[in-house]
Design a protein around this ligand. Structure first.
Ligand code: C5P
Length: 331
């Protein structure tokens, strides 16, 4: 994302709000397709048992397809669908803030400061989901944020950031204060949106993919706002949307779409706090993969950061925590 924003002069950069809108359109379409194939298995507010007409006969039988579409419509427009409007608006704000932060901060600085979302997520989980965290678990989360921060500093300083910044366009100006304020705001919206989505998902029976469709649908309007506000008066609306929208922009959108769908599954099958551990461990593992694949050097900073991450993971899961706390179950 950082590279796609800063490797070209600002006058030739693509529109970040267009990228956010495309992200939602693609995620919504993929989720709708998955929901369509699963609708006969989903038991939600409309019915607790699979519909008889849906479970028999061929999948593409026209009357069955029609039944599926009607049921899908009922599920997506269920009376409680409006609950998704809150995380939808928050995620759109967060996704736009990420672009502001990644444009104005070095890639490593952005990633390090973005780890503060581990703590905001834990705070919102305690406030909204009534999760109980012991003192040692809070300490573990604090270590986790610090540890992954150390790994990121060294990853950035050692390789990616240096390589990327040597390619930076000289005229690209970064505003560190603007970038830092954006990252702080993104940490709060990330924590609140994730925990709110988890609350809606776990307090009802609706299928995850139906919830994702609702989330994307409610995101469309707020995602359109910055696009309409910055609409150029002199050129065509659609052509201005896709101005300079090249391969790097599409790659950034693709990563965001894939990441979003995986995030939804992680929130469903575990929770937002464990998502923080999963991403932190994945950062350590992906650096090790880079050592094997791209001749990256293992440095003392990497070992230090990784050890802190592993100690944090162990500490979070050691007995002696309160009984209501979550378990780190990989099974
Ligand atoms: O940084 P963080 O982990 O909070 O980012 C979560 C990302 O996952 C956001 O970009 C959000 O749009 C996406 N997401 C999603 N569908 C969900 C939950 C989150 O696309 N159900």
């Amino acid at each position: 994302m950082h590279y796609s924003r800063v490797s070209i002069p600002p006058s030739q950069s693509y529109s970040a709000p267009t990228a956010v809108l495309l992200n939602e359109l693609l995620k919504g379409s993929i989720s709708l397709a998955i929901a369509f194939t699963r609708i006969d298995r989903s038991t939600s507010y409309t019915s607790d048992t699979p519909q008889p007409g849906l479970t028999t006969g061929r999948f593409w039988n026209p009357s069955k397809v029609l039944l599926r579409i009607r049921r899908l419509g009922r599920e997506v427009f269920s009376p409680d669908c409006w609950k998704l409007s809150i995380p939808a608006i928050l995620y759109v704000i967060q996704n736009n803030l990420q672009y502001v932060a990644a444009t104005n901060l070095e890639a490593a600085t952005f990633q390090v400061s973005y780890q503060m979302k581990i703590l905001t997520t834990a705070a919102f989980s305690v406030l909204l989901l009534r999760k109980q965290l012991s003192a040692s678990q809070w300490l573990a989360l604090f270590f986790l944020a610090i540890g992954v921060g150390i790994v990121q500093i060294q990853t950035g300083a050692g390789d990616t950031s240096k390589a990327a910044s040597s390619l930076l366009f000289a005229g690209t100006s970064m505003n560190a204060l603007k970038g830092f304020l954006a990252v702080v705001a993104a940490c709060f919206t990330s924590g609140l949106a994730g925990v709110y989505f988890e609350m809606v998902l776990k307090n009802s029976q609706a299928d995850l993919w139906i919830r994702n469709v609702q989330l994307s649908a409610f995101s469309l309007l707020p995602a359109l706002v910055p696009i309409i506000m910055s609409r150029p008066a002199d050129s065509g609306f659609i052509s201005s949307l896709f101005e300079n929208f090249g391969a790097w922009a599409w790659a950034t959108v693709a990563i965001q779409v894939f990441g979003g769908l995986v995030t939804a599954m992680v929130i469903k099958y575990s929770d937002n706090i464990l998502k923080g551990f999963a991403t932190s461990l994945s950062i350590v593992i992906s650096f090790l993969a880079s050592v094997a694949l791209f001749d990256f050097q293992i440095t003392f900073t990497f070992i230090l950061g990784s050890v802190v991450v592993l100690i944090a993971t162990w500490l979070y899961n050691t007995p002696g925590r309160s009984s209501n706390s979550v378990r780190l179950g990989f099974a």
